[in-house]
Design a binder for this molecule. Sequence first.
Ligand code: FO1
Length: 315
Amino acid sequence: MRIVVLTGGIGGARFLVGVRAYAREVGAEVTAVVNVGDDLLLHGLKVCPDLDSVMYTLGGGADPERGWGRVGESWTVKQELAAYGAQPTWFGLGDKDIATHLVRTTMVNAGYPLHAVTEALADRWQPGVRLLPATDDRLETHVVVELDGGQRAIHFQEWWVRHRGDVPTHRFVFVGAETARPAPGVAEAIAGADVVLVAPSNPVVSIAPVLAVPGLREAVADGPAPVVGVSPIIGGAPVRGMADRCLAVLGVECSAAGVGRLYGGRPAGGLLDGWLVAEEDAGSVVPEVTVRAAPLRMTDEAATAAMVRAALELT
Ligand code: FO1
């Protein structure tokens, strides 16, 4: 069995722990297609937060409290940069994490595409699933906001980390999406999948940038494999993160049904065949989509694997 997971963010990384556990049980292969819209260049380093969250989480090196970056981290470089007055001070790279960005940046500057760099980095962490960036090309999520008396586009990380999404926001723009191409292996993995899972990631800033890569949405929506999504919203609130703020910008109700309708049913030109919601949201209706309820709290590996089993039972 071949499982493809569209994913991004910390929720997506934690979901993959359950997918991997399920896959080990049944002997399945897993490919994770990961958002790159959060990526940024900082102090000359290429930082890929979502790829790293997945790699560190599955490799046992993630900080369990923060959800991002490395466990047992130190911050000497961050303090030294602050002493120079180097900007930005609102986004911090840990010392251990910087080693990842140094290796990645050196390889990218030497001409290696991001998927090859990701494979090389994952060789150390042995995540147990194949990690693919959605694209090797530059695709960055920017946010159009009202700031300093005018309309400005800022990088997603500035909106998310610096402003905590608490600034009048007009829209999200996936810069570079029009000309981006799916990374090698992505279209093939989707075409050869037995099922495509949409992780309980932020639909607006984690999954939408993946689907914005030309051809990728079509590969999923028109592909042979059934598509099942897992709701990131439980009882009207995101499990973590700021999906509520992001959905509000789009005018979408922050509910399991609201996100399900945003993805839409495949027969109606959308993405989903199945939509797994939390027990609290049993009775949610998404036109032309089979909706089921199950416990959706990713408290540990076994609970998350049980979610994955419930999602796959929907196919
Ligand atoms: N999140 C923060 O809230 N503050 C930070 O200083 C910060 C630094 C950071 C460095 C590397 C990295 O991979 C992630 C980092 N994050 C930080 C998390 C990140 O902003 C977001 O949570 C994700 O991009 C959303 O998935």
